[in-house]
Design a protein around this ligand. Structure first.
Ligand code: 5GP
Length: 212
């Protein structure tokens, strides 16, 4: 098989959906960013939200920012693979992009809350679920305060949600404790690599080899 044919063969296989959750400031964004630098072929779904952009955030990079009216219209139109209200704002995963990428054979990472992950679990039985946890609640509190982008009230809301989210960690196939972002990113990459080698993913490839 030529390299080109081999690539076509692999592209026929559906991509892997990787769902990453964890409390605010556990470091999901930073960890997935490092994973992205090492694995540029993995696609990252950019969510839509009704939350206002933070100072350094960019439209289309961090989120697509929507009005509540538009978001609710798009819910009606079934445009989201999943959506949830988190900390008082809507967040949703664009259905079109993710389905197109998975069908095209690309692996896709979703960084979503536990409610969204629960919705995905109903339809994507083979997705990989990773929970990113902080090393301690004190450290999480420190990170939320030092980010400095939320009001005091919002910080308290995120902290109390964090406790609730942490009690759902056992719904995930893997837990990564983010004490050090580089180590955590290495662990996420190792999980993805192992999942890509599952027999159910590669058995067709072995059968194809036997036919040659
Ligand atoms: P933040 O406002 O800090 O960017 O995100 C707040 C929470 O919303 C985080 O837990 C983040 O993972 C989650 N989130 C971001 N995008 C989505 C999405 O598309 N769907 C769901 N369900 N949660 C999301």
């Amino acid at each position: 098989m030529t390299a080109q044919k081999e690539e076509q063969f692999f592209k026929k296989e559906k991509g892997c959906l990787i769902v990453i959750s964890g409390p605010s400031c556990a470091g999901k964004g930073t960890v997935t960013e490092i994973v992205h630098q090492h694995c540029p072929d993995i696609k990252f779904s950019v969510s839509e939200t009704t939350r206002k952009p933070r100072p350094m955030e960019k439209e289309g990079v961090d989120y697509f920012y929507q009005s509540v009216e538009n978001f609710e219209k798009r819910i009606e139109e079934n445009m989201y693979l999943e959506y949830a209200k988190v900390h008082g704002n809507y967040y949703g995963t664009p259905r079109d992009y993710v389905e197109k990428m998975i069908d095209g054979g690309y692996d896709v990472i979703l960084e979503i809350d536990i409610q969204g992950a629960a919705q995905i679990r109903k339809t994507f039985k083979k997705a990989v679920y990773i929970f990113i946890a902080p090393p301690s609640m004190e450290e999480l509190r420190r990170r939320i305060h030092s980010r400095g982008t939320e009001t005091k009230e919002e910080m308290e809301r995120r902290l109390s949600c964090a406790y609730e989210e942490m009690t759902n960690a056992d719904d995930y196939s893997y837990i990564v404790i983010n004490e050090n972002k580089e180590t955590a990113a290495r662990q996420v990459r190792a999980i993805i690599t192992a999942e890509k080698c599952r027999t159910e993913r590669l058995i067709n490839h072995v059968l194809e080899i036997l036919k040659r």
